[in-house]
Write a protein that binds this ligand. Structure first.
Ligand code: CTP
Ligand code: MG
Length: 264
């Protein structure tokens, strides 16, 4: 289960908030996505381990499916605070933000569904916030051309690809900025930085990482399994983890026992 977060005597206190309360409708399979197995261990466990390995992170708060708070707390160990997530991702992040310690000055928001994110990316985002940027996002250039398409299926325009970026997590914020962003109501955004933009806060980019892709569709899980098999052949194979509570693939078998609310 890893060594746990190491308390730091000096330096800024940085929390990582992990929204993990989604159902994973697009992935399918019946188990909440964060608890689906990847290379023999739940995806959420892998995401948390990357945060533990990051030197910058001093507190971790997880928003779990409401019916699975105890299960997830047992799974992750005592150095992680687990709270009940909400109906939409924004609700889960808002609730987790309330559970962050008072002395935290920087907050990273990181999807549980990005289990192969390198710790170096976590530290790079934190470092950019500490360097003075109030909001920081990791981004990658696009390989596909993107079109804006109308409801009738007709192309409206083709934005120049050079200026477009795909956005990942962790996204990092000064705590006061994220709190103000999440105090906004009914802003239709698809990432946390979108709320900071709505506040008029400048958002800085840092280079993202290919491995930080989000597991969304079944194809993403196949890719993640293949990457794990290639990069870490000694990493716990399916079924090798002897901890209790896992199914034959190392995921948590919670089918049937869950009445988790609708995902975002
Ligand atoms: N999330 C959350 N609370 C919600 C919805 C989503 O904490 N009510 C989390 C997910 O657990 C995931 C992250 O937000 O770690 C990104 O969301 P997404 O990839 O959309 O995951 P799901 O909502 O679970 O998937 P789907 O939309 O396919 O149901
Ligand atoms: Mg979702």
């Amino acid at each position: 289960m890893g060594e746990g977060l190491q308390p730091r005597a000096v330096g800024p206190r940085i929390a990582a908030i992990v929204p993990a309360a989604g159902r994973g409708e697009r992935l399918g399979g019946g188990t909440p996505k964060a608890l689906r197995a990847l290379g023999g261990r739940p995806m959420l466990v892998r995401s948390i381990e990357a945060l533990r390995r990051a030197e910058s992170v001093t507190q971790i708060v997880v928003a779990a499916p409401p019916t699975l708070v105890e299960v997830v707390a047992q799974l992750l160990g005592r150095d992680v605070r687990v709270i009940a997530g909400g109906a939409e991702r924004v609700d889960s992040v808002r609730r987790a933000l309330r559970a962050v310690d008072d002395d935290i000055s920087v907050v990273l928001v990181h999807d549980a569904a990005r289990p192969l994110t390198p710790s170096s990316l976590v530290d790079a985002v934190a470092a950019a916030v500490l360097a003075g940027h109030p909001a920081v996002i990791p981004v990658l250039g696009l390989t596909d051309t993107v079109k804006e398409v109308g409801p009738d299926g007709r192309v409206i325009r083709t934005p120049p690809r050079d200026g477009l970026r795909a956005v990942q997590t962790p996204q990092g914020f000064r705590r006061d900025v994220l709190a103000a962003a999440y105090a906004l109501k009914d802003i239709p955004v698809t990432d946390d930085a979108g709320l900071a933009e709505a506040l008029g806060v400048p958002v800085m980019t840092v280079p993202g990482a290919q491995e930080a892709f989000k597991v969304t569709q079944p194809h993403d899980l196949v890719l993640a399994e293949a990457l794990l098999a290639r990069c870490a052949p000694g990493d716990a194979p399916a079924g090798a983890d002897s901890r209790g509570g896992t199914d034959s693939h190392g995921g948590l078998d919670v089918r049937g026992g869950s009445d988790v609310r609708s995902p975002g």
